[in-house]
Design a protein around this ligand. Structure first.
Ligand SMILES: Cc1ncc(COP(=O)(O)O)c(C=O)c1O
Length: 385
């Protein structure tokens, strides 16, 4: 079956956070896709909505089975049904890890630039961010990021309790390789630090590679890990607040579940229906969506190289996000404001940390025609300099 990712769906004026901005700007800032979810997901939601009674939901019996089967089929990772803790979204899932394993004064390892709600928790719980920035290097055309083992080891001290990881990485699209993950994990295991790994983007692979969950590397590593996953990004259902933690160490799991108590609502009937449908019947759609996003990435990279070579971009191997280094434009205002004034809303790099003030993030998950309009607007902005 072929899916129409070129179809432009009008989201202006509705309930979309991403599109509820100045009408003169094309929104490329938020990590949410402008494509319709897989038909199977839409059908499951229509059936659930037509039922008419929206009471408290019980987790469907099939859910754990399908997640266990998926982890093994896609990543060769053996987990048990009881390792799974449903959570209403990955940010709450992260926050729970901070409540469960952190404390005021505890150290949290942060590898900036990174998805910033991770570091927001650090402040929220009066913890201390211990910085292990990613290694950044540029060549003639691109900017690259990689794990820095020396900075990582140096960031720990006896206050360190949690090490955060975003894998695949938002905003750079970097996919951590087995060696990077092994070194990271071993460093945490040696210091008895809990690894909290946000793997929400694991199924958005633009170059066909296979995701390696950090917890799948060994039983010892799994014992130290909280892995957060969700169908939300891959199947474009983030507004349905879905997700789950996988915690194979029963003691960590118990602390995590206790931290949830009374604070966190259970996922809704719609979240469960969409998750099941996505995992049962959405993979054919997902393969095609990834191919479409990869072609968008290639289109954007070629366009920017030709028309604004001063911008150096990452080459994301995963996620639908492009991380753009605009330092060479030498703007006197923020990069985000410059492009916003000229008709494109990009994500401001500053909150991602790691000296990202002159970076912006661009979401590539939209119909090609919308991407082309946004790139044209960026080109006109550049011409006006
Ligand atoms: C790496 C990462 N983690 C978590 C989230 C948010 O997850 P949720 O909406 O499930 O809380 C996002 C959204 O952009 C993300 O990119």
């Amino acid at each position: 079956m072929n899916y129409d990712f070129d179809r432009v769906i009008d989201r202006r004026g509705g309930d979309s956070l991403k599109w509820n901005i100045d009408v003169n700007q094309i929104p490329m800032w938020y990590a949410d896709a402008d494509v319709a979810s897989p038909p199977a997901v839409i059908a499951a939601l229509v059936v659930r909505a037509a039922h008419g009674v929206y009471g408290y939901a019980q987790e469907p019996a099939a859910l754990r089975k399908i997640i266990v089967e998926r982890m093994f089929r896609l990543y060769g990772w053996h987990i048990l049904p009881e390792d799974i803790v449903p959570v209403p979204g990955i940010i709450p899932g992260f926050n729970l890890a901070s409540r469960a394993f952190g404390a005021p004064g505890a150290g949290v390892i942060v590898q900036a630039p990174t998805f910033y709600p991770i570091s927001r928790d650090v402040d929220l719980y009066d913890m201390i961010a211990q910085h292990a920035p990613l290694r950044r290097f540029v060549d003639a055309l691109h900017v690259h990021f990689a794990y820095d083992p020396i900075a990582f080891e140096a960031a720990f001290d006896d206050r360190s309790k949690i090490a955060t990881l975003c894998h695949p990485h938002n905003p750079t699209g970097h996919v951590f390789g087995r060696d990077e993950l092994l070194h990271m994990a071993q460093t945490c295991v040696d210091r008895k630090v809990v690894i909290c790994s946000d793997e929400i983007h694991c199924d958005i692979r633009l170059d066909g590679g296979v995701h390696i969950p950090i917890a799948s590397l060994s039983e010892t590593i799994a014992h130290q890990c909280v892995t957060l996953m969700s169908p939300s990004k891959a199947f474009n259902i983030p507004g349905l607040v879905v997700g789950f933690a996988i915690i194979q160490n029963p003691e960590l799991r118990e602390r995590y579940v206790r931290a949830q108590s009374g604070m966190i609502p259970h996922p809704s009937a719609f979240s469960y229906a969409a998750t099941l449908a996505a995992y049962e019947s959405g993979d054919d759609w997902l393969v095609q969506a990834n191919a479409y996003y990869a072609a968008n990435r290639d289109y954007a990279l070629a366009y920017l190289r030709q028309h604004i070579p001063q911008l150096r971009c990452t080459i994301p191997a995963a996620t639908y996000l492009l991380w753009i280094d605009a330092r060479e434009l030498r703007l006197s205002c923020s990069v985000r404001d410059f492009f916003a004034r000229n008709g494109v809303a990009l994500g401001d790099g500053t909150p991602f940390g790691g000296e990202s003030e002159d970076f912006v993030r661009m979401t590539l998950a939209c119909p090609r025609s919308v991407l082309a309009q946004a790139l044209d607007a960026m080109r006109s902005a550049f011409a006006s300099l």
